[in-house]
Design a binder for this molecule. Structure first.
Ligand SMILES: CC(C)(COP(=O)(O)OP(=O)(O)OC[C@H]1O[C@@H](n2cnc3c(N)ncnc32)[C@H](O)[C@@H]1OP(=O)(O)O)[C@@H](O)C(=O)NCCC(=O)NCCS
Length: 177
């Protein structure tokens, strides 16, 4: 059952199955200093608010995402791509699906992700995906003293992040202060 767009003939994104977890855990362990363990993966798979998709090339799982889907936001909880396939657009494909899931005219307008301060690759990746770091969450993690950086992608980002020309807004009509 494909749930999304296809890239190549033998590549697809599918809902994650428990049978994928061996490969997902291997990728997770290779990529991270503080990886999720089997218990965390299963707990998240069972949570009805959390959705997980996996990227398959042929029969092989080469990437995965876990995200919470809420009325007002999407929370990206975990995203990993097998090192051998980095830089091929697989991570971007997962993010593209999340962006498609936003509801521009309703209240689900943003994707949030909390990234460890030491996880530079993920930060660079998210910046390339038009996310902005909006908050530092001090001592966010239990297992070390790292801060978390809250990244956001918003459908109304242009309005939110571009500097406002307060004077021209004032002159054009309603004052904003
Ligand atoms: C971040 C991640 C999901 C990106 O997946 P991907 O399939 O390679 O992503 P895409 O091909 O769509 O995008 C690649 C872009 O992400 C960024 N990026 C990915 N890996 C990077 C790295 N190691 N260093 C710096 N930037 C990186 C770059 O901007 C890159 O663009 P470029 O190829 O033009 O340079 C993947 O690298 C991953 O799973 N990383 C594991 C996270 C990690 O390493 N954590 C460290 C824990 S401390």
């Amino acid at each position: 059952m494909g749930c999304t767009k296809k890239i190549n003939e033998n590549e697809d994104i599918l809902w994650t199955r428990r049978s994928y977890l061996d490969e997902i855990e291997r990728i997770e362990n290779e990529n991270n200093s503080f990886p999720w363990n089997r218990e965390e993966f299963i707990k998240n798979l069972r949570d009805s608010d959390i959705i997980s998709t996996s990227y398959l090339i042929g029969e092989d799982v080469v990437g995965y995402s876990f995200f919470g889907l809420y009325n007002d936001r999407i929370e990206l909880l975990n995203l990993g791509v097998d090192k051998r396939f980095w830089g091929r657009g697989i991570g971007g494909h997962f993010i593209g699906i999340l962006k498609d899931t936003l509801l521009p005219l309703r209240q689900r307008k943003k994707i949030e992700a909390i990234v460890r301060e030491g996880d530079l690759p993920m930060q660079v990746f998210l910046r390339g995906q038009e996310f902005k770091a909006v908050e530092i969450l001090e001592n966010w993690y239990d297992n070390n003293f790292e801060d978390g950086y809250l990244f956001e992608f918003r459908t109304d980002a242009k309005r939110m992040y571009l500097p406002k020309n307060r004077i021209s807004e004032h002159l054009n009509g309603t004052p904003i202060w």
